[in-house]
Design a protein around this ligand. Sequence first.
Ligand SMILES: Nc1ncnc2c1ncn2[C@@H]1O[C@H](COP(=O)(O)OP(=O)(O)OP(=O)(O)O)[C@@H](O)[C@H]1O
Ligand SMILES: [Mg+2]
Length: 233
Amino acid sequence: MITLENVSKTYSTGSPALNNINLKIESGEFVFIVGNSGSGKSTLIKLLLKELEPTSGKIYVNNRYINKLSRKKLPMLRRDIGVVFQDFRLLNDRNVYDNIAFAMKVVEAPQRQIRSKVLAMLSMVGLLDKYRSFPKQMSGGEQQRVALARALVNEPKILLADEPTGNLDPDNAWEIMKLLEEINNKGTTVVVVTHNLEIVKYMKKRVITIQDGNIISDEDMREDVHGGDEDED
Ligand SMILES: Nc1ncnc2c1ncn2[C@@H]1O[C@H](COP(=O)(O)OP(=O)(O)OP(=O)(O)O)[C@@H](O)[C@H]1O
Ligand SMILES: [Mg+2]
């Protein structure tokens, strides 16, 4: 689903933000990416979206070699990827309904599908009653849920979430994580960047740790894959 081969990214100003990264994420996985501030997590997400170009190395997303993807084909790539940013990036001059509907209009979804789909997403994130509110009238947690609804409305194959719980209190953070898990259970590949190690520990997923642009560990914490040949006591 996602493959990085010897990928490096050096910004024009400095030392490598990512340094020869090799990584494979299979379809249907739930992966956390953790690491200190400045370690390269957001750079990685932006490379997958082709918001940035790698300095070297090969990137495949959805079995497409995206390095050479033309500008014309970029919408095709992004249609398959839902993204949640830490700062939400909602449109402040549109209400909640229109924020989500906009994502469908961009990909030219048929008009008759839009209404039912947007309402279904709002229901999923528990915000049906707020569909006419504007982002600025909502709490951080509510805005985050709108952003999630928007990211999922086109049924992407991959969801990338960069610090989706960064601005949330613990209750709201857990709620978002549960939603991400549900979405993953329905088949979407989920990649979550987070600083919240408590949540990471509890969720028991694959955890990739980045430090100074290098992957320093890649651990599978799922309960059902351990045991067997390992003697625990
Ligand atoms: N547009 C840019 N121009 C130059 N350097 C950048 C740019 N964006 C990021 N960097 C540098 O690249 C490195 C990795 O940044 P990145 O944003 O990927 O880190 P991060 O792991 O997402 O950190 P955080 O947890 O704080 O969000 C940092 O040293 C950062 O200063
Ligand atoms: Mg970041």
